[in-house]
Design a protein around this ligand. Sequence first.
Ligand code: SF4
Length: 338
Amino acid sequence: MTQHPDIALAVSNLCVSFKTAHGWADVVRGIDLQIRRGETLALVGESGSGKSMTALALMGLQPSSARSSGRITVGSRSVTGLNERQWNKLRGKHIGMIFQNPMSSLNPVLTIGEQLAETINRHQRIPRTEANRIAIALLDRMKLPEAALQLGRFPHELSGGMRQRVMIAIAIANRPDVLIADEPTTALDASVQKDILDLLDEIRKENGTAIMLITHDLSLVAHRADRVAVMYAGSLVEEQPADDLIRAARHPYAKALIGARPLRRPRLGPRPRLTDIPGQVPSPADVASNGCSFAPRCAVAVGLCTQQRPNLHRFGPDQAASCHLVSDNPAVPAETAA
Ligand code: SF4
């Protein structure tokens, strides 16, 4: 099937499972996603929802103990069934990733310059002096002070915010078409967070990069994403343009996440109440095979919810939800629409 040229990343029926003492446990359960060139898609959900495992599978980096299936296309290239050598050609050049914890992703025994030069040289056969020049320009671009000096430093000599900027420099060194940013600003203070997210936005606009922003923080979504996909217990439960989701989420889990988001205190009046979502995301081995996986935590569950798994129902090109109570018409609950 030919893919639309605007689509930078397409994922179809992606599944990832791990072997446990009781058999295979499904961590990602049939995800379908698309990201257009120059678009930011936020993938949101609590920890344990399968977001990070989805990201690793998209990079061909899932643990060796996992098995995966489904179809992934980056630009016009199908990456299904690639071997490690083929993945190495693709990673960095066509799809790059910014990891949650730069300290565990940067090599502690190589200088920043060596790591950047190695990344640049993997896809561009250029002399070391030219690679160094590009590395300095990249660090400058990332607003690292005294960029040339940083090339000789080791990761442990930099602050958390500086390490994250180095990670972004490495991820964008070969201008990938798709950039996956897994909680890129967790553990950074608010002003550094804003700088990093602004940088990602600049890169997206300049290069037409498609960005998948993985986050549990819905307050980022409204300002930084075009569309949002909400994951729960390994499945996609809602997809909407960001503004629509924040204004009028349809799936009870997405609504609860929005209710649980910390709100700023209004200038007058009391602080708005923070709604908590009772219970926890079930572990992959405990997800019920029948019924809706959110049912034990859902405030509006009905009898059908524990008997039948809801399908992901598309009600617009960028709109979908999997809930027995969601219909094509947001004003009419599905059970009364029939
Ligand atoms: S299908 Fe039922 S349990 Fe699941 S989210 Fe919808 S109402 Fe809640």
